[in-house]
Design a protein around this ligand. Structure first.
Ligand code: 4AZ
Length: 244
């Protein structure tokens, strides 16, 4: 995250750190066994056994009394996701492997975020929060402790104008940025854009892509989660019926 501030421990209890073979992505806990992340994080077809999910983490690569580490039972990319259009439908679900019959237990540092229903919309210019362990400058080469920042939802017509992203921005995406250059960067992918309604946080976007980080006129682009709510719920419900 560029231009943000340090998050207090426990401020984003749904944050998941995904160690995927030699890569790193973030994700968001949406129920005790399920993480929502970005499909592009799994483009190299990592083995499930090469993935670890850490919940309750504050500093990158650091476990402690408040963290829980999980192996992965399964990961599922959005059905129409393809490497030929890696920014389109950039959403994946990761199922945690149970330990003694359970996945994530709620603690002050671990708690799921609410999933929006398919028709939930936050208006243009709404303020939402991004968080992550990613680069703090476009040319950084290390990850950080958990950072957060506020970004505003940018009208779709503005983001898809020729001087911003043109036709690269498609339906199922949303743009958000800030005049003070708060933005997501490498390593933040898969993490949440969380928007509050009546004091409740919803996973409205997934950090996906952008032209560099914090460049003026080049906002971050996010997967628009409500467009995928029906798919997410169907995968989670199916798995309840078919697995233990
Ligand atoms: C990345 O490489 C990345 N500024 C994520 C978000 C943005 C840029 C790059 C948006 O994961």
């Amino acid at each position: 995250i560029l231009g943000g501030t340090s998050a207090l421990p426990g401020a984003h209890p749904w944050m998941a750190a995904l160690y995927i073979a030699d890569e790193f992505c973030a994700g968001t806990l949406v129920s005790s066994c399920w993480i929502v992340s970005a499909a592009h994080c799994f483009l190299r077809n990592p083995l499930k056994s090469q993935i670890r999910v850490v919940l309750g983490q504050h500093s990158f690569n650091d476990t402690g009394p408040n963290t829980r580490t999980f192996a992965v039972q399964d990961y599922i990319l959005y059905p129409r996701y393809t490497q030929f259009e890696p920014t389109l439908n950039d959403i994946a679900l990761v199922k945690l492997k149970k330990v003694e019959g359970r996945c994530a237990l709620k603690t002050p540092f671990i708690r799921p975020i609410c999933l929006p229903e398919k028709d939930m919309t936050f208006p243009d210019h709404s303020c939402c929060k991004i968080s992550g362990w990613g680069h703090m400058h476009e040319k950084a080469n290390s990850y950080s402790h958990l950072m957060e920042g506020v970004v505003k939802i940018i009208p779709f017509d503005q983001c898809s104008s020729p001087d911003v992203y043109g036709s690269e921005v498609r339906s199922g995406m949303l743009c958000a940025g800030s005049e003070s250059c708060v933005d997501a960067c490498q390593g933040d992918s898969g993490g949440p854009l969380a928007c509050d309604c009546d004091g409740v946080s919803f996973l409205y976007g997934i950090i996906s892509w952008g032209d560099g980080c914090g460049r003026s006129g080049k906002p971050g682009v996010y997967t628009l989660v409500p467009k995928y709510s029906v798919w997410i719920n169907s995968v989670i419900k199916k798995s309840r019926k078919t697995s233990v």
